[in-house]
Design a protein around this ligand. Structure first.
Ligand code: SF4
Length: 244
């Protein structure tokens, strides 16, 4: 579903580029033909890059074999095109989260195509505050160990994960605090749990550290009593530490 919407958005982008190229050609037809050649080369190059990237994106998301370096190049292309794709999507009524979801998946596939051998202490797990039960008054944002593991939300599971793997787990109330936690802890890898919007900006913000994005589940709507697939986080820790 997300891929179809993504393809539709790319189709519109390519259409705009081609129509724009024809329009500019028409406008400058009275000038030197050199202009026309330059414009045509630019349009054809852009369309070729976009189509190439879309082909690679489709292969990656359909779990076809794509080399890590090609994934990296494609991620950069999609990252550059991202603001344009998002604007087109929202203009034609495609939810932005569909496009963000594709971007985070491309990022994750690229990270998973590499090999890591990190210590647990070098991994930072960032959790959004909305995972904590709304009615719970314990201050887990300062220290996750303040949780009494009552079982009403996933914070208790995360305390167990922290004890088992000795990873750093923090609950962040927003992007600013998340950035501060990253600066203070200087991790070598990050496992970030959030919604599509926050994960996309997080992945784009943190350039030099691999960030695996894990989508939270939102059965009660956004930002309230969200939940996490703990196994997904555990598998991500095992991936970064190269343990089974
Ligand atoms: S698991 Fe911890 S954070 Fe969640 S409601 Fe219970 S005590 Fe509060």
């Amino acid at each position: 579903m997300n891929m179809k919407k993504y393809l539709a958005t790319i189709g519109i982008l390519v259409g705009i580029l081609l129509l724009g190229g024809i329009f500019i050609n028409f406008l400058i037809s009275s000038f030197s033909s050199m202009f026309e050649v330059v414009i045509n080369i630019i349009v054809v190059s852009l369309v070729s890059i976009i189509l190439f990237s879309t082909f690679i994106t489709s292969r990656i998301l359909h779990n076809k074999k794509v080399s890590s370096s090609l994934m990296s190049i494609n991620l950069k292309i999609v990252g550059i095109l991202f603001p344009i794709i998002i604007s087109i999507a929202s203009t034609v009524g495609i939810p932005k989260n569909y496009i963000r979801n594709i971007y985070v998946k491309l990022n994750n596939k690229y990270i998973y195509s590499n090999k890591y051998n990190l210590r647990c202490e070098d991994i930072l797990v960032l959790i959004p505050h909305c995972v904590q039960k709304n009615s719970c008054k314990l201050k887990v944002t300062t220290n996750i160990d303040n949780c009494k593991t009552c079982g009403l939300c996933n914070i208790g599971d995360l305390v167990g994960l922290k004890e088992t793997f000795n990873v750093n787990i923090f609950v962040a109330t927003g992007g600013t605090l998340a950035r501060k936690i990253i600066l203070d802890n200087r991790p070598k890898a990050i496992i970030a749990v959030a919604c599509e919007r926050d994960l996309t900006s997080g992945v784009q913000d943190v350039k030099k550290i691999p960030v695996l994005g894990v989508f939270n589940k939102r059965p009660n709507g956004p930002c309230v009593d969200t939940s996490i697939d703990i196994l997904e986080i555990e598998n991500a820790i095992k991936f970064f530490t190269n343990t089974k």
